[in-house]
Design a protein around this ligand. Structure first.
Ligand SMILES: Cc1cc2nc3c(=O)[nH]c(=O)nc-3n(C[C@H](O)[C@H](O)[C@H](O)COP(=O)(O)O)c2cc1C
Length: 323
């Protein structure tokens, strides 16, 4: 079965994010309309060393399908072994991360660090494809730096060696997260008459309106939403509404509080109370975005020392604010 057959003609995808897109948050995004989910990135080297935390990241539930397990690496043997482990977990597809720009990853030739050695990128991707009976997708960037942005060539070459979809973040490795994502080349990849596989665009999509605008302007088969979904899983709901031309339904404070509690409880089960309280800190601003005078509550939330304390503050928020 081709990956294409498991996807809608246009997919809204929760962009994989380390310490964000774990099962509790993925479930919430799915409930609000994300069509495709992908795990956090998982180190191939750590997988073959049987590191428990990395193996755990491969976990997903049936309701998440279509779901991808994302791996990264630079070494042929470990990528092959990691592919086999990921395939054994039976997701719908394996996603290779050739996009991460952070030094501890890209500096070792993993993630977008591979973009200065495109032949190796193609070779290693081929090895993954050969060792997976499941579809393989690639997530990457435009190129290594401003001087060379070979993504149109890369997309074709990767399609030729058998990948089933490509996600492109409209920045180079060197750009990290700076400046604005440039979607022009993403549009060029999609417009290339030789491309048959789904082409997904990524970078700076922060509203439902932008989803519709960029879908229409660049003709992509799907859009990945990353940072704008942190604490705002509702963006998928609103984007689905916008794609259908429906009027936007506002999300009440009560609903946000309910989802925030669900997220916290899920994370406590997934990790521990201590780690969950810590990880939740980056979500509160998103969950309660656009609420006036929220700052004092946020400060209390991020310094709260227990689950009970966070709950108490969330209950206060529900009482004190309406939207
Ligand atoms: C906190 C954080 C963690 C990320 N972790 C991953 C990851 O594990 N795998 C990956 O492919 N990209 C990762 N990314 C990149 C995002 O998936 C996405 O490509 C990038 O943020 C651009 O999309 P956006 O503008 O919608 O955020 C991460 C980004 C952020 C902000």
């Amino acid at each position: 079965m081709f990956l294409k057959d498991k996807l809608k003609p246009f997919s809204l995808i929760l962009s994989p994010m380390e310490a964000v897109t774990n099962p509790p948050f993925r479930k919430i995004c799915k409930d609000y309309g994300a069509d495709v989910l992908i795990t956090e990135f998982i180190s191939a080297d750590a997988l073959i060393r049987e590191v428990e935390a990395s193996k755990k990241k491969m976990f997903f539930v049936e309701a998440e399908r279509p779901v991808g397990i994302q791996i990264f690496g630079n070494n042929e043997e470990s990528l092959i072994a990691a592919t086999e482990m990921a395939v054994a977990a039976n997701p719908d597809f394996i996603d290779i991360n050739w996009g991460c720009p952070v030094r501890k990853v890209a500096g070792k030739g993993c993630g977008s660090g591979i973009l200065n050695d495109v032949p190796k990128m193609i070779y290693l991707t081929k090895k993954v494809v050969e060792h997976s009976h499941l579809p393989v997708s690639v997530k990457t960037r435009l190129g290594y730096d401003e001087n060379e942005k070979p993504v149109v060539y890369i997309a074709e070459a990767l399609q030729d060696i058998g990948i089933s979809a490509i996600s492109i973040h409209g920045r180079t490795r060197a750009a990290m997260y700076k400046g604005k994502a440039d979607w022009t080349l993403i549009g060029e990849v999609k417009a290339n008459p030789r491309m048959q596989i789904p082409v997904f665009g990524n970078g700076d999509i922060d509203s439902a309106e932008k989803v519709v605008e960029f879908k229409e302007r660049y003709g992509v088969d799907g859009i990945l939403i990353g940072r704008a979904a942190i604490g705002n899983p509702f963006i998928f709901f609103h984007a689905q509404q916008a794609l259908k031309g429906e009027k936007r339904t506002p999300i009440s404070v009560s609903e946000r509080v309910r989802v925030c509690k669900q997220h916290l409880e899920g994370l406590i089960q997934w990790r521990s109370e201590k780690l969950a309280l810590f990880e939740m800190r980056k979500f509160y601003s998103g969950y309660f975005y656009a609420i006036n005078n929220f700052k004092p509550y946020r400060i209390r939330l991020v310094t709260a020392a227990s689950f009970e304390e966070v709950y108490k503050i969330l209950n206060e928020i529900e009482e004190d604010f309406t939207i």
